[in-house]
Design a protein around this ligand. Structure first.
Ligand code: DGP
Length: 118
């Protein structure tokens, strides 16, 4: 499957409840669920329901959705008690380390973060 094919991914299956996930937030535009391979005590993915493959595929018509995703990050971080801070990551494309080609924002928290990332 090409990374640009727009074909279905495991996240599409989670949106359609075809495979289970620990969902922590949902609205008409997006879904947030815990990462299956957590890299921090709190590791949640926020995804749009629209199957956009990656950040670099977005266009100006997506600006409201992108703003909504960031506001959802803030909301979910508050919901999960990340009052001391957290990191938001969008891996994009092959060199960005993206493995699932459905746009997603990682929320990582519950421990101090290091910089620079690997
Ligand atoms: P990225 O490397 O940015 O494309 O991150 C993809 C993340 O998706 C990775 O941290 C593991 C997570 N992931 C992959 N498959 C599943 C799944 O089936 N369920 C859940 N909850 N997370 C998944």
């Amino acid at each position: 499957m090409s990374e640009n094919s727009g074909s279905d991914t495991v996240f599409g299956k989670i949106i359609r409840r075809e495979i289970p996930a620990d969902i922590v937030y949902e609205d008409n535009l997006c879904l947030a669920f815990r990462d299956v391979n957590p890299q921090a005590p709190v590791h949640v993915l926020v995804i749009p329901k629209e199957p956009i493959a990656k950040l670099s595929d977005t266009e100006s018509k997506n600006h409201a959705l992108l703003g909504h995703l960031l506001l959802t990050v803030k909301r979910v971080a508050e919901q999960l008690g990340l009052a001391n801070g957290y990191r938001v990551v969008i891996n994009t494309g092959e060199e960005g380390g993206q493995t699932v080609y459905h746009l997603h924002l990682h929320i990582l928290g519950g421990r101090p973060m290091q910089w620079p990332p690997g």
